[in-house]
Structure formats: C-alpha cells, structure tokens
Design a protein. Sequence first.
Length: 170
Amino acid sequence: MGKTKKTKKFALVKRLIAPKDDRLKKNRDKAASGGEKKNKVKVRNVQQTPSAMFFKFNTQLGPPYRVLVDTNFINFAIKNKLDCFTAMMDCLLAKCIPCISDCVIAELEKLGTKHRLALRIAKDPRFNRLICTHKGTYADDCICERVRQHRCYIVATCDKDLRRRLRKVS
C-alpha cells in the first residue's frame, strides 16, 4: 500500500504572473516615461514649534497655575460632586488660579434653568474673570484662541473635540 499523492487546494496555490506578461510591460513603460517627475524634490514648509510649548523653556507655565475652565468641566464636577477648586489643587499638586471667560458664562446662561447651579458656581468670585472682546459666544473658539495667544493656561475640559483642537495648537 502506497501513499496517495495529495494535491494542494486551489485557494492555497499562489498564482504568479509570467515575466513576459503585457501588464508588466505597461508598468515598465509608465515608470520609464514618468521617471522625470519623480526626480523633482518637494519643498515643505515646516513651522518651527515655539519654545513655549515645552515645560523646560516656558517660564510662564509654573505654579500658581492658571486653569482655564470649560462649561462641561463645571457640569462634570457637579455631576460627580467635586469641589472645582480643591479638585484642581489635588490634581496639579500646586496652587491654581481658576479662570473663566465671558463666553463660558454666556454658554451656561443659554443652557437655561437646568444648569443654573453650574452658572452660580461659574459666577463665584474665586474665579478669575477673563473679558472677551470678540464677537459671538462660542466658548470652544474663545478658549482655543486665548491659548494660542497666551501660552500660560492649562485648560480644564472633558470635551474630546476641544482637546483634539488644543493639541493641534502650536
């Protein structure tokens, strides 16, 4: 009794293109004619990252930290029964100066009676009020622009989109 010869299954056999196949010839012709275009060097404009983005060189970003508070951070603190001031200090292990812009307060006023506790907390005199001179009351744009201009703030937010925008600030 001899062994029967097993054939490989159809799907497992690799198919190879013959070296003289027309498809390979077309690709070679395209590469030969387009070779001049590939030799051109693209010049990219890379902006230098400001030294203020690094803790080592930014002397403004040190204790006492200026924490720029967002609307949903205040709502998160209320929902989880946290005191904003002590929680910030516990998190950063240093003195914090919580700052809130006029746009954030306007956004809380627009939310209505459901968020009136957050509005009362935002109007607390312990918060340092930042006056906005721009038009509109969209808080995310205001926070991004303020961080872009003055690199001395830590932003307290739970909003993923805002965090993504702030990471792109350079």
